[in-house]
Write a protein that binds this ligand. Sequence first.
Ligand code: TRP
Length: 325
Amino acid sequence: MNMQVLSGDRPTGKLHLGHYVGSLTQRVKLQENYPVNILIADTQVLNNNIAKAKDVKENTLELMRSYLAVGLDPKKVNFILQSEILEIFELTNYLSNLVTLPMILRNPTIKAENENYNSTINMGFLNYPISQTSDIILFDAEIVPVGQDQTAILEFGNDLIAKFHHHFKCNIFKHIQPLLSETPKLLGLDGKQKMSKSLDNAIFLCDSTDVVKNKINMMYTDNKHLRVNDPGQVEGNVVFSFLDVFMNDKEHLKELKNHYCKGGLGDVFLKQLLLKEIEVIIAPIREKYYNYKDGQLLEILESGTQNARIKAKQKMKQVKEVIFK
Ligand code: TRP
């Protein structure tokens, strides 16, 4: 049987171009060759901040809308709502008996959070590497597409699986392989290291053409490139860093860079070109995005969750058999 893929997202808000190049296109490709599961981690959101609970419903719909609009196909992808699979929390409970506090505190994300918040970190957050391991192994997923920042959690997961197998003398869980995206991280509009909603430097997949245009117009280029004929700098130029990601014709891009360095190529021209390239991607997404009805989205999510529940129940039965044999 084909290896199962599982990836997850926390429903925290609208998706942007960073998500598109980082994870969404990769999933759209994967669905052609693998059974793909996408887990909406709605309970994990609360681990950071329980006050976020009020936005989770709307943001879950937002995720579903974006998934379908970018071309994820419900016939190929199983969408799972985490809070509706009780077995995830059941398995988390059993697994937590094999995890010591130092094992958790070694994790870079937890460590940083613990230090930043001076040990006021809540139990939910401390538990999140265990619960994320359950998200994965409950569905026998072997390929897990994640960002670089999540690889330590997956390593922890593999250690935990090994501990479980060793302790209960069995081999019921699959080894987890992280799959990193090939595309480099997309910078923010302001040139900051990462495009992110909270940094207010993102182009959202549902932004109108006018909004995208205004955002591109605000991008930094080279502040010494005052007149069109002045020689310009490509390095550190945010518009070029976006063109690197979005322009397919790399030969043409190389020529543009040479021209810019010599002088004679204006920022306005480059920004118009970037708008055109981004619109090629976003226009069809935007069109679909606004056409889904909430009911339709929820139906797809419920049906995927039901399939997942059947698998989760079977797996949990197997887990309890090896624990209580
Ligand atoms: N922690 C992941 C993130 O913030 C989301 C997530 C939850 C996840 N469960 C998962 C990712 C299982 C991969 C597998 O991006």
